[in-house]
Design a protein around this ligand. Structure first.
Ligand code: UT7
Length: 323
């Protein structure tokens, strides 16, 4: 028997305020048509002024707990993937713990920017297979609207806010690729590329800063590295793109999503796409897409799912799981 980290439930939360591309035409030299054709984004949600990353994470977690038929007392670890925590410390995860009324377990944040949820999933899986936790709440939650430069048309039109949550629980499997749960992971980073996507401020530089990106450069790395990491994660199992039911990619740009699917030999019918409605929500984009994909009846029990993401660092990776 092999211990597997199996998805017990998922959920998401999106802030009420929806901003259509056309809104940006009022303040910037941009157009709905440029944003749509270059990125695939049509609209995004922005958090209210007093709405925080941990509050959104709590809302998504409540939805995931309801989906799983569990209560917060059934959870023994909370991981929040975020680059936009409410405060410098404590972690957003401990705030979620308190927000859900948990009185036991442990909680911590993971910061790998847009790849954060992949890193969090891999860590949750490691905690479960090593016996350190039996039910882990894994959340991606971001308020990127707080770090956008509203005068920079090349970045501020691309991002949005939101949260998604997954509950992984320990179940025994046969040790084959037919098992439900996380089957393989592949994590990578290369700090030599830190200057093509970063925030120009932080705690030790005394200002919050704004997101800066050399979009074309990131794009170039993205398609190649995403296809490579997904192929590596599948290869560890002796599988290829042909075995995959659903690719659930980081939702940054429809052209990156399509380019990666093509390299994996998969038609777009096998890809969950939410970028048109959410924009790039960084670490929240994959759990949001998983939750929407399930709610739309696409992802079903037993399906082989590949998730992949890349972001600042650069940091990138993939997780293969059977839903
Ligand atoms: O989540 C982390 C990972 N991030 C990503 O994966 C993002 C990766 N990059 C991208 O998605 C794309 O590179 C962008 C959507 C950011 C940009 O698309 P692009 O096709 O690479 O465009 P570009 O940066 O080469 O810009 C083309 C033109 C430029 O004008 P010139 O120099 O050709 O005259 C830009 O100034 O488009 C201009 N431009 C805009 N025009 C209208 C840039 N932003 C805008 C805008 N509206 N919002």
């Amino acid at each position: 028997m092999t211990t597997r980290a199996v998805v017990a439930g998922c959920g998401h939360y999106l802030p009420e305020r929806v901003v259509e591309n056309a809104e940006f035409e009022k303040t910037l030299d941009t157009s709905d048509s440029w944003i749509r054709t270059r990125s695939g984004i049509e609209r995004r949600h922005f958090a209210a002024e007093d709405e925080t990353t941990s509050q959104m994470a709590v809302n998504a977690s409540r939805a995931a707990l309801a989906d799983a038929g569990l209560t917060a007392q059934d959870i023994d670890a909370v991981i929040v993937a975020t680059s936009t925590a409410d405060l410098t410390f404590p972690s957003a995860a401990t705030m979620v713990q308190a927000g859900l009324g948990m009185e036991k377990g442990f909680a911590f944040d993971v910061q790998a920017v847009c790849a954060g949820f992949i890193y969090a999933l891999a860590n949750a899986n490691a905690l479960i297979v090593s016996g350190q936790a039996s039910r882990v709440l894994v959340i991606g939650s971001e308020t990127f609207s707080r770090i956008l430069d509203w005068n920079d048309r090349s970045t501020c039109v691309l991002f949005g806010d939101g949260a998604g949550a997954l509950i992984l629980e320990a179940q025994e499997g046969d040790g084959t690729v037919e098992d439900r749960g996380v089957l393989s992971t592949d994590l990578n980073s290369d700090g030599r590329h830190k200057d093509i996507l970063y925030v120009d401020g932080g705690v030790s530089t005394r200002n919050t800063g704004h997101l800066r990106m050399e979009g074309k450069e990131v794009f170039r790395h993205a398609v190649e590295k995403l296809a490579q990491t997904a192929t590596t994660a599948l290869g560890k199992l002796g599988l290829t793109g042909a075995d995959v039911d659903w690719v659930v990619p980081h939702q940054a740009n429809i052209r990156i999503i399509a380019g990666t699917a093509k390299k994996l030999g998969l038609p777009m019918e096998n890809v969950v796409v939410t970028v048109q409605d959410h924009g790039n929500t960084s670490a929240a984009s994959i759990p949001l897409a998983l939750s929407v994909g399930k709610a739309e009846g696409k992802i079903k029990t037993g399906d082989l799912v590949v998730t992949e993401a890349i972001g600042g660092g650069l940091a990138w990776g993939a997780v293969v799981l059977r839903w």
